[in-house]
Structure formats: C-alpha cells, structure tokens
Write a protein that binds this ligand. Structure first.
Ligand code: ADP
Ligand code: ZN
Length: 637
C-alpha cells in the first residue's frame, strides 16, 4: 500500500512546545501539568503516582520514585522540566537510548538534546550553545560527563528546572548495575541546593533503596513506591513434556502472536542460532543475538528490532539492557532463568506500553539438573554458591507451584497481594495435585537399583519394562522394578522425575552425563516416612492435541480485539506509520503506539479535531502526522 502523505516530514527542532501561558512568572500547578499531559502527550489522565511526583517537583521538592518498567517514569520528570523555568537535566547511563528518547521528545514538539561520548566536537559545541541560550527543555547527560568540572560549571551559569537521575540503582553496590560515576552525583546536592532532584529506578529491594537515599543525599525526599506488579503481563510456565520446548513455543507463537514482535531467551549461543533459523524456516523473521557475534551485527539486530514490525529476536541474556521498545508483545524462555530477579527483569521487557503481553516459559528435567550442576561446578566461594542455590530454588518453586504465580512473584519482592490474579496460567487453568508417594518410590528405587549410573530415559525404560538390549545386557530386566511403572507413560514419568529433581530428591552426577543420583532427602521417602505430591501434567503438555484448544489465553493483543474491517484499517495504518517513521528516521513506536492505531481504526475520526480524542496524539503529532492518518482512514473506509 502506498502511504498517502504529500510532503516529507522532518523533525522540527525549533517548534515551540504547547505550554500554558503562565510559564515562569508563577509556579506551575498540577492543572498546568494535566494540560501538558493532554495537549502535548495526548494522554487523558495521570497514572499511579505520576501526579504526586510531578506535584512535588513543581513545588521544588526532591523525590525518590520506584516504579516498575513501563510504569511511566519519564513523564514524571519531563512534564516538570517543561513547566519549571530552565532546562531539565536527565542523567542516564544508557547512552544507546539517548538518541531514541531525544527523538521521541522532538516528535512531541519539545526541544531536547543529549551530551555523551558519541557526539563529535562540533555537535557538542552546538548543544552547549543551545543550553546557554536557554533553548533546551530537556538535556540527557551521561553521568561521567555530568560530573566533569567543565559541565558542572556550565550548568551553574544557566537556569536548571530539575535534575532527574534515571536508573538510580546504579549508585548501589548491592545492585547488579553498579556504576562508580553515579556516586559522584552526590555533588549535585551541594552545588545546586535549590534545584529539585528526582531519583528513579525500577529496582525494588530495600537495601538498594537505602543506598540511593544515602549516596545521593536524598534524605529529605518524598518517596513514591509503586507496586511492582505488571498486570498486563500474563505469566505461563509449563514443562517441555513429550513435545520439544521449541515445538511448544511455535504453537504458542503461532496461536497468539502470528504478527507480533517478541524476544526469546535461550541459554547457549548454539541454541540461539538454531532456534532463530528454525523460526525463519517457519516463515517468521527471527534474528539471533548473542555476545559472540560481531558488534556490527549486534547493532544491526537491535536496530532492526526497533524499526521493523513483528520481528523476533532469539537471544542469550546479553540482549535486553537498553532495549526500550514499548511494543514487545511476548517474551519466551526456552530454558530456566537463573533466578526470580532474572525472570522478572527479562519478562519485564514485554508490554512496556501497558497493553497485554505474554511471558512464556517451558522447561524440563535437564534444565533443573544443568542449572544446579553449573552452580556446584562454578568456582565461586561457598557463600556465593549458597545464595545462587537459594535463588535457583526460589525460581524452581515458582515454576512448579500450583497457586497464583503473580502472588508468588510479588511476595518474593516483599509485596502481598490478597487475591489470585486471574491472569496467569495457574489462575486460568488450575493444575491438579495428586499424591504420588508410591510413584515417587518406584522412580527413586529404579534409580537406586540400577546403580545410579544411568540417565532418565534408561530408568524410565526399566519402569516401563522395555526389553532394550542395554537393559537386558545389564541384567536390569530382572530388577524388581522392571515393568512396575506401566500405570504411566514415558512423558508422565519424565514429568515426575523433573519434579523429584526440582524438589531436591535427585541430582545429576558430577561428570555431566545426566546420570541420576539420589540425595539424602530420598531415603525417608523411599522408606515411606514422608510423602510426595505431584503436579499433574495438563492436557496441553501432551502430544495429543485434542484438548489443547480448551482455554485460550486471557491476554489478547490489541489487534485481536478489532473486528475484521477495523483490523484491515489497523494494518493499513501500520503501513502508514512505518512510512512516516522511515521518513523521520525514528522507530515506528516513536510516531505512535499500536494502541493509538487501534483507536484510530475503531473510531475512524474524519477531522483534525476528532484526532485529539485519540490516546497518544498530542497537538504536535496531530500537526505532523494528522493528515497522513486521516487520509489513510478515508481511503480505507
Ligand atoms: P518507564 O520509563 O517507567 O519504563 P515510560 O516512561 O517509558 O516507562 O512509559 C511507558 C509507556 O507508558 C510509554 O509509552 C508512555 O508514553 C506511557 N505512559 C506514561 N504515562 C502515561 C499516562 N499517564 N497515560 C497513558 N500512557 C502513559
Ligand atoms: Zn494468577
């Protein structure tokens, strides 16, 4: 389809933002902030703590804001930066994101720029000039740049609206992203005592929070702590079972995300490459990303992920930091992550735009055995191994549980949620538990009696009484347990073995051959002194597909909520957006989000006036893109 717009679009850097008229003379009020929210950003109302945070900054108070990813942190400092006299200085460690953030603000009609090591000398001088002339609403600065004397002296000469310290957990040595330069940001308190500062982070734990406060001298700040719940994310964890995890993944993607962008995490570089190739063979555009690829290739993958629609990136954990794409509709895991923190962080890259997104994980016995083995074999100190063991066990607990996963996830982060969520697999399709003490005894005794020298397939063959050559040669067809397990099929036995390993009754040998061995915990169970409950496999985990259609997901993507004709227009609008994005050299989501397109496709506005009722379309975007969007609607109706 040809995009129906006439003149090429440019980012008009000098266009003034839409502001309430009273700027600078009197302190701006929260009503002014609502006005900017609606007119400039095109959003109806503030979310969660945004209003309180913005109010505090407008009143000149310091703020500490803890909000989950996608919670809407940027608006918290962008709006006060616009409303207070002077430039808002935003400190961010993610240099790769600055261009994107600046583009997004420019598209909204604001004057924004950044200072970091990627700028050439003349480019830097130009930014300095703009800053001195008071032309910038927002300036993004890398921390190491900000704390240079030169920069600080320059800032002392100009008017500053506020300092926003993004990713503030980087100041913490406990956290995972410690950046020594962040500690020097403490000097801002002394050098700019009258400028409000806001520290923002999506990392919750209390140790980190306390360190942010003390390291950045934020003792007097107002604190805003949002729930870490991401209600739009649907969590589902299942076992690989008889279908390979990959096959299962494909069914999931094909059924729920046939056109959506997503990220799939694998543990090894090889499986990253194989999976990407496999998905390409299925007709999807899938790109591999891992630390072993050349820098250029990696940059290219990132760029394509941001700028193309519906791309899948298959990656090791190396992919994600600094990926701010709001419309990632699913995150899949083909292996167990290392901890609940890692799971939360990786799944958190889905659905930043607040629209429904899926977090899908499949794992099997090998995952459990392998992760445990890696910890034991690593050469860290014992205390460190202990922590890692506990973290992995917490994650396995989450994977094997029968209750609401969101409740468990939040409780791990210290939040209580009284009701089950209704948006996780266990809530939607509750799994059953049954007493499996006798089955577990059979399984453990088959391992024991065959000498703890074999892998799971061999042991299952014994239980099923399969007269395999190797079994007969070893004389294992004469064991008491031979053929004693015919009440379950191989898949169910595998599931039971995984659960026994998860619960710590079984481990793998040290040599890495996947040989099963009993732990001390197994003894009382074998003797019948303890019992064992198992989670029943769901029909969907089995090879037969008969009942797998039963309940589909509660998370429907935006496109799925549209009627067939609206969907056609939605697709046409998507093509227009892509064209607009290419012309402006920005990612499509900087032009507008899917939600905006969906609203357009449904409401079919016919005039510029009507456009302002659509979420995400502020005055500047309407001016720039309104006619192209209206034309697309007119010619597709
Ligand atoms: P964070 O930095 O906390 O991860 P962002 O600031 O990127 O989150 O915001 C996430 C998304 O939510 C963005 O697309 C943003 O435009 C949108 N958003 C923020 N505040 C609102 C609001 N009040 N109403 C509607 N959308 C909002
Ligand atoms: Zn739930």
């Amino acid at each position: 389809m040809n995009a129906p717009f006439h003149k090429p679009l440019e980012l008009e850097l000098s266009e003034p933002p839409i502001m309430p008229s009273s700027r600078a003379d009197t302190a701006a009020s929260i009503e002014d902030a609502v006005d900017v929210l609606q007119r400039t950003f095109g959003y109806q109302a503030f979310r969660f703590h945004q209003e309180g945070i913005i109010g505090s900054l407008l009143a000149g108070k310091d703020v500490l804001a803890l909000m989950p990813t996608g919670g809407g942190k940027s608006l918290c400092y962008q709006i006060p930066a616009l409303l207070r006299p002077g430039t808002g200085i935003v400190v961010s460690p993610l240099i790769a994101l600055m261009q994107d953030q600046v583009d997004a603000l420019n598209v909204l009609g604001l004057n924004a720029a950044y200072l970091n090591s990627t700028l050439s000398w003349p480019e830097m001088c130009a930014v300095h000039d703009q800053l001195r002339a008071g032309e910038l609403d927002v300036l993004y600065v890398a921390p190491e740049r900000l704390v240079q004397d030169r920069t600080l002296e320059m800032l002392e000469e100009i008017e500053i609206a506020l300092f926003a310290i993004d990713e503030a957990h980087c100041v913490s040595q406990w956290g995972h992203d410690f950046r020594p330069e962040y500690r020097q940001l403490r000097c801002l308190a002394g050098r700019f005592p009258n400028t409000p500062r806001i520290a923002l982070t999506a990392t919750a734990d209390e140790k980190t929070r306390d360190e942010i406060v003390s390291e950045l001298s934020l003792e007097a700040s107002k604190r805003f702590v949002a729930s870490f719940d991401r209600p739009n994310l649907k969590y589902a964890i299942s076992e690989s079972g008889s279908i390979s995890a990959r096959e299962k993944l494909w069914r999931f993607i094909n059924a729920e995300h046939p056109e959506d962008a997503g990220i799939i995490y694998c543990l090894s570089r090889k499986s990253v490459e194989d999976t990407a190739e496999w998905l390409c063979g299925k007709g999807r555009t899938a790109l591999a990303y891992h630390a072993g690829l050349p820098t250029d290739t990696r940059r290219d993958v990132q760029q394509r992920f941001l700028s193309e629609d519906g791309l899948i990136v298959v990656a090791t954990i190396a992919f994600g930091m600094g990926i701010d794409k709001p419309d990632v509709r699913f995150v899949g895991h083909l292996n167990l992550p290392k901890s609940i923190e890692a799971y939360y962080q990786e799944t958190g890259r889905a659905g930043r735009d607040g629209e429904p997104a899926n977090c899908w994980l499949a794992y099997g016995l090998q995952d459990v055995l392998q992760q445990r083995q890696w910890i034991e074999r690593s050469d860290g100190a014992d205390a460190h191994k202990k922590v890692q063991r506990e973290k992995l066990d917490a994650l396995i607990g989450l994977a094997e549980m029968v209750g609401c996963r969101r409740q468990a996830l939040l409780s791990y982060f210290g939040e209580t949620r009284s009701e089950p969520c209704g948006n996780c697999d266990n809530c939607i399709d509750p799994p059953e538990r049954t007493d499996a003490t006798v089955l577990a005894q059979k399984a453990l005794s088959a391992v024991y009696r065959s000498g703890q020298r074999f892998g799971v397939s061999y042991v299952i063959d014994i239980l099923l009484g399969k007269p395999e050559e190797r079994i007969i040669k070893n004389g294992h067809d004469r064991l008491k347990v031979f053929g004693l397990g015919s009440e379950m099929d191989a898949t169910s036995w595998r599931g039971l073995f995984r659960q026994l390993a998860s619960a710590g009754y079984l481990t793998a040998d040290d040599e890495g051959f996947g040989t099963l061995q009993l732990t001390d915990k197994a003894r009382p169970l074998l003797r019948g002194e303890t019992s064992f409950e198992m989670r029943k496999a769901k029909p969907g985990d089995r090879k037969s597909r008969s009942s797998s259609k039963k309940k589909s997901s509660a998370a429907t993507t935006i496109a799925a909520t549209l009627s067939e004709t609206d969907k056609a227009l939605f697709d046409a609008l998507k093509a227009v957006r892509l064209e607009l994005a290419r012309t402006a050299s920005v990612p499509p989501y900087v032009i507008c989000h899917d939600k905006t397109l969906a609203e357009l496709a449904h409401a079919r506005p016919s005039s510029t006036d009507d456009l302002s009722d659509i979420t995400g379309l502020g005055a500047s975007k309407i001016k720039k893109y309104g006619s192209a969007l209206l034309e697309a609607i007119a010619s597709n109706t």
